[in-house]
Design a binder for this molecule. Structure first.
Ligand code: XLS
Ligand code: NI
Ligand code: NI
Length: 445
């Protein structure tokens, strides 16, 4: 139920919780941060600036708890109004109340998270303009910003065979029109980045699919979108969000390595970086830290979608992050890469179907933010206080000078290497010390 805030008289959807304070690790208040202290400096940068936390509009304010086996479970009083305009405004009031109370500086959205899609392109555009104006007011009043916007090119039945990769040109054109509107509202709201997650850009069966042609269409589509946004003054980054499958059997943006290869093959690598999601990494049978490491090598860690999968279930469960070991390893990669390229930490996570208290959304985000804060503190210490970095560098010390350095520069031929090996003693066994590295990680967690 919505009610009135006693102090301000304004309508409130989360009357049970006020602004979530930092109280430190000895606090027993479930509605306080134990580790996330926005102003605390870690290596000279505030925690708030390290993370740039964002709330995902879709899971937090649209997701109703329905699953393929059951009806909605969630109580969402912001959806009670009788027309789509009022519903969208109420939803936005609820969103901004939550985002401010949880102290997140950003949110992320799909076009039709903000307002329900209209019955025609023209009507949808009108609706987006209407809610865009309201969002501008709410953002100005609260200081909350947009980390990234995107278009939902996967829910509507017209996209059942794909959007940019649909075999029917009329659907590709429709998707382009939708992306134009989504770019327009993102630019209007000062979005710092724009995301493409190709949910249906893949195939269900290879028998009816011309993969080469579809992937070429995807590249052409992305070029057109980028050129349009740049012509409208958009200076931010574009991100591709890899995922191997679901809802398609195979998605073309499979994983970091595949996407980087695709971007480079198509001349998109200067405008696009990656938005890497934990649960998508594990669906690709990689670790999250693997996906980050692949991206880091090309300076492509744009942003992350924070969540976690389930060790036993093979789908995108989108649970809130709480795995400290996993996130510490991830923060090690992110910190050593110099942080995010334009992005931040977006909670692409949903409360469970049976988490039905209004306040569960707070508990979920508090847990996620605190886990990230602990991981940051630990990773920073591992990098700056422990022998971790020097131990890893030592493994490669033979390339720092002499023949190893010449090899790295490409100065030695196969004959040179043959001669060198023949004139030196046999290689001496050197331990990889994996357990030592693991112990160091554990020591600082
Ligand atoms: C789905 C994706 C989606 C994107 C945004 O698995 O994670 O939520 O982040 O379209
Ligand atoms: Ni995501
Ligand atoms: Ni996902």
């Amino acid at each position: 139920m919505s009610s009135k805030n006693v102090l301000t008289g304004a309508k409130t959807f989360f009357p049970e919780v006020e602004v979530v304070p930092f109280e430190g690790k000895d606090s027993d208040n479930p509605f306080a941060f134990k580790y996330y202290n926005p102003d605390q400096l870690i290596s000279g940068k505030s925690m708030a600036d390290h993370f740039r936390f964002a709330i995902a509009y879709w899971h937090s304010f649209c997701g109703n708890g329905a699953d393929p086996f059951g009806m909605p479970t969630r109580n969402m009083p912001w959806l009670n109004a009788s027309n789509p305009m009022d519903r969208a405004k109420d939803k936005m009031d609820a969103a901004f109340e939550f985002i401010t109370k949880i102290q997140a500086p950003y949110f992320c959205f799909h076009d039709f998270d903000l307002i329900e899609e209209g019955h025609s392109l023209v009507e949808s555009e009108k609706r987006l303009q209407f809610i865009g104006d309201y969002a501008k007011e709410k953002m100005a009043a609260s200081g909350v910003k947009v980390l990234w916007g995107t278009a939902n090119l996967f829910s509507h039945p017209r996209y059942m065979n794909g959007a940019a990769t649909n075999p029917d040109f009329s659907v590709v054109a429709y998707a382009a029109a939708q992306v134009k509107h989504a770019l327009d509202i993102s630019i209007q709201l000062g979005a710092e980045n724009y995301v493409f997650w190709g949910g249906r850009e893949g195939y269900l069966s290879l028998l009816n699919t011309d993969m080469k042609r579809e992937v070429a269409h995807l590249a052409t589509f992305l070029h057109a979108a980028k050129d349009y946004a740049r012509s409208q003054g958009f200076k931010g980054h574009f991100f591709i969000e890899p995922k191997p499958a679901e809802p398609t059997k195979h998605q073309y943006d499979y994983d970091s390595a595949t996407v980087i290869g695709f971007l480079k093959a198509n001349g998109l690598e200067n405008d696009f970086k990656l938005n890497i999601e934990v649960n998508h990494a594990t669906l690709a049978l990689h670790t999250f830290q693997h996906e980050l490491t692949v991206a880091a090598a090309d300076n492509m860690i744009g942003s992350i979608d924070a969540n976690r999968g389930d060790y036993q279930n093979g789908w995108d469960t989108d649970q809130f992050p709480n795995n400290l070991g996993e996130l510490t390893e991830a923060m090690l990669v992110i910190l050593q890469a110099g942080g995010f390229q334009g992005g931040g930490v977006n909670f692409d996570a949903k409360i469970r179907r049976n988490s039905t208290d209004n306040t569960d959304l707070f508990l979920a985000h508090i847990g996620g933010m605190d886990t990230f804060a602990r991981a940051l503190i630990a990773a920073d210490k591992i990098i700056n206080k422990s022998a971790y970095v020097s131990l890893r560098n030592e493994r490669y010390a033979s390339f720092d000078s002499g023949d190893g350095a010449l090899f790295e520069k490409g100065k030695l031929s196969l004959e040179d290497l043959h001669k060198l090996a023949g004139s030196s003693a046999d290689p001496v066994q050197k331990s990889g010390k994996q357990e030592l590295f693991e112990n160091i990680l554990n020591q600082y967690i």
